[in-house]
Structures are given as structure tokens and as C-alpha cells.
Design a protein around this ligand. Structure first.
Ligand code: ADP
Length: 392
């Protein structure tokens, strides 16, 4: 019987999962997701070669919530991998607050603390915690580990984490936490093999997916990042605005008489690439579109990245390498090209052919700053942490 580690990544309407062999260098056994939770749930799973292992849709009747979807998944896994023994479950958890700078084995005290952080991340934290709760209720529950998106950024200097607000507000935990930490940590783990100079030096990593942020790393540790108190700050994203003048929000309340729920929906779900283009939040759709608004949305997306790279470069006092990752960073050559061109003053010299071919190194051999495309793997990072913590 092989020992297996399950990784769960629960978002607002989906639970992604991946199963690894604990002994065999964390070889991927299978992965999949339950998506459309709460609307029209759909389960699908594939083996490591991409072959389908199963699908199911919940069209009518009772729709599973996150807890029921977890239960379904655990049942399915038990039947699918009858030759395996689940020795641990690792969870991606968005918020570890000020307490956690490393992953934590979950007990009732840790679970209570993470529940108290729900007000800091109301759209994500409850969904992250639902599968944890459900699995803990099982009589033969495997040990569970929480890996935090905020943890990697706890190494940043206090001045990077502080917000210039009165103490009675900041004392309630209102500070810049930063997110996408598991992705950045994975990239930091790859850098020593790919670019030893950058691994020892100053690197800006651009995680450009539906959510998007930058991280400035010094010797592989986070020193600056664009996301802050919530995952709204910083770059323009698929449906999120990124940083905007807080005066706009006052205007929405006072002059347009919007309420907090409407403003939240506007900033999280109706802005960014979707809001500017009026077409889609999906970079593939926008790149293929003839519409001038789609072009404007992509141009604004790239421009804001260039501006923020300047800010991170200031925090790092220069850069040695620029890394692109996540869906857009790994695949959208035109976005990378616009960003690299905007960073020519920093010493980024792009190799057009390498860039259009999504190659690993996309800067010229003589470029003072190396530019790389490194696929991220947040699930594998969670699996590594889970195995490590359960061994200790
Ligand atoms: P998430 O943050 O949800 O994990 P991803 O990292 O999968 O998101 O990134 C999703 C984004 O990547 C979408 O905007 C999608 O259009 C974009 N993307 C994926 N593949 C391509 C591609 N081949 N060309 C351009 N954009 C792509």
C-alpha cells in the first residue's frame, strides 16, 4: 500500500484537488476539481497523463456546498485509490494572520484561530475552512496541514507590512499581509537551479493569473509585494480593480449611493480586465478579440504591471531577474513583451523569438537582467509542506 498526500485548494466556487505519492518524490497520481459549487456543480478528475478518471454533474435538485463536495470527493478517492493510504491532507488557506509564518498542523486551537481571521478574508477563508471541518469530523480523519498564502510574506520588513492609519485601526490587524505566497515560495525553490545569481540576489516575480500580484525577493525571501490587507491591492486583475484612489470608493458611496455589498461586488467581480473590456476577464478571449476595448484592457493591464515593477524594484534597490508565472505569465507572450519593453530602463532585454515560444529564458544572452518563464505549482508546494510537517 502506498502512502498518499491529498492537497485541497478550495476557492469561492470550486475545490481543486491533487493526490501525490508520499514516498516517490511526491509523484502526482491524479488531480481534478469540483467547480460551479452552489450553482451547477461539476466534478472531474484526471490521471497524471491527463486521461479522464471520472466526471459527474449536479444539474437539478440539491447542489452540494463546500462541505458536501468534500465528502463526495473523499468517497470518490477512497474507491479510486483502493491501493493507497491517505497519510495527510494539505490545504491551501488564504490567511494565516500574524501568527503563522510557516505551515501548521491543524488542531482545534489552530482551527479556532483561522476561523477568527474570517473577517480579514470573508470571501476566501470560510471556503478554505469548510473542507478542513468536514474531514476532521471523520472517525478515521488523516492529519491535516494548513499552508498559508500570507506566510511567505511574513519576512518582509515592518515598514512594508505597516499601513499609515491610526493605531486603533492597525491594532485590529489592518496591515499589508500579501498573498500568492505558495506560488512565490515554489518559484523561490526553483530559482537556484535556473538562475543561481538571481536566487542569491534580487528577483521580481510576476504571478499573473485571474488574481495577479508581484513579489520582490531578496535571496529567495519576500521583501515586498503588491497585494496588501486583501487580495484587492496592487495590479489590475481578471475581475478586480487593483489599487485605485480610495476617493473613488467614497464617491461610490456618497454620490452614487452604492452600498457596501455593491461596492465589494464591483471591486472584486466587475472590474479589471472584465470591467475595462466589457467582454471577458479571460486573457485568451481578449487576446483573440478585435475590439478596441479589449486592446485597451490588455494595455492597461500591462502598464500597471510595469508601474508596479518600478515600485518593487525601488524596494529591492534594483533587480537581477524578472520571472513570469501563472496562466497569463506562462502563456500570454504579448503581455510579457509589453512588460519587458516597459522594463528596458531596468536592463531587461527581451529575446522576441524565445518569448513568442514561451521558452524558459526569454531575455537575450547579454541582457543585464534575466527574464524567465517558470510555471508555478502551488499544489506541489502544499504537498511538500504537508509531507515535511508530518515527518517532523
Ligand atoms: P487562477 O488565478 O484562477 O489560478 P490561472 O493561473 O489559471 O488562474 O490564470 C488564468 C488566466 O490565464 C486567464 O486570464 C487565462 O485567459 C490566462 N491564460 C491561460 N492560458 C492562456 C494562453 N494560452 N494565452 C493567454 N492567456 C492564457
Amino acid at each position: 500500500m502506498s502512502d498518499l498526500i491529498l492537497v485541497l485548494n478550495a476557492g469561492s466556487s470550486s475545490i481543486k484537488f491533487a493526490l501525490y505519492d508520499a514516498a516517490e518524490d511526491l509523484r502526482l497520481r491524479l488531480k481534478g476539481q469540483v467547480e460551479g459549487i452552489g450553482v451547477a456543480a461539476h466534478f472531474s478528475a484526471r490521471d497524471a497523463n491527463g486521461n479522464s478518471l471520472g466526471e459527474q454533474s449536479w444539474m437539478d435538485g440539491i447542489q452540494p456546498d463546500h462541505e458536501l463536495a468534500t465528502e463526495f470527493l473523499m468517497h470518490w478517492l477512497r474507491a479510486e485509490v483502493a491501493d493507497g493510504r491517505l497519510v495527510g491532507v494539505g490545504h491551501r488557506v488564504v490567511h494565516g494572520g500574524t501568527r503563522f509564518s510557516v505551515p501548521a498542523r491543524i488542531d482545534s486551537d489552530v482551527a479556532d484561530y483561522l476561523s477568527r481571521l474570517i473577517p480579514l478574508a470573508p470571501l476566501h477563508q470560510p471556503h478554505n475552512l469548510a473542507p478542513i471541518r468536514r474531514i476532521a469530523q471523520q472517525s478515521d480523519a488523516p492529519p491535516q496541514v494548513a499552508c498559508f498564502d500570507t506566510a511567505f510574506h511574513r519576512t518582509r520588513p515592518e515598514v512594508e507590512q505597516a499601513l499609515p492609519l491610526p493605531r486603533e485601526i492597525t491594532g485590529r490587524g489592518v496591515r499589508r499581509y500579501g498573498f500568492h505566497g505558495l506560488s512565490y515560495e515554489y518559484i523561490a525553490s526553483k530559482l537556484p537551479q535556473i538562475d543561481p545569481r538571481a536566487a542569491r540576489g534580487r528577483t521580481v516575480v510576476a504571478h499573473l493569473g485571474n488574481g495577479a500580484s508581484l513579489c520582490g525577493m531578496l535571496a529567495g525571501r519576500s521583501v515586498a509585494t503588491t497585494m496588501g490587507f486583501t487580495a484587492l491591492e496592487g495590479l489590475m486583475m481578471g475581475t478586480r480593480a487593483g489599487s485605485i484612489d480610495p476617493g473613488v470608493i467614497l464617491y461610490l458611496f456618497d454620490t452614487l449611493h452604492m452600498n457596501a455589498r455593491d461596492v465589494s461586488a464591483l471591486l472584486y467581480k466587475r472590474s479589471g480586465l472584465l470591467g475595462v473590456s466589457g467582454i471577458s476577464s479571460d486573457m485568451r478571449v481578449l487576446s483573440a478579440s478585435e475590439s478596441a476595448r479589449a486592446r485597451e484592457a490588455i494595455d492597461l493591464f500591462a502598464y500597471r504591471i510595469v508601474r508596479e515593477i518600478g515600485s518593487i524594484a525601488a524596494a529591492l534597490r534594483g533587480i537581477d531577474a524578472l520571472v513570469f508565472t501563472a496562466g497569463i505569465g506562462e502563456n500570454a507572450a504579448s503581455v510579457r513583451e509589453a512588460v519587458c519593453r516597459g522594463c528596458d530602463w531596468l536592463g531587461v532585454e527581451m529575446d522576441e523569438q524565445a518569448n513568442s515560444g514561451n521558452q524558459l529564458r526569454i531575455s537575450s544572452a547579454s541582457s543585464p537582467v534575466a527574464a524567465w518563464v517558470i510555471p508555478t505549482d502551488e499544489e506541489l508546494m502544499v504537498a511538500r509542506h504537508t509531507r515535511q510537517l508530518l515527518r517532523d
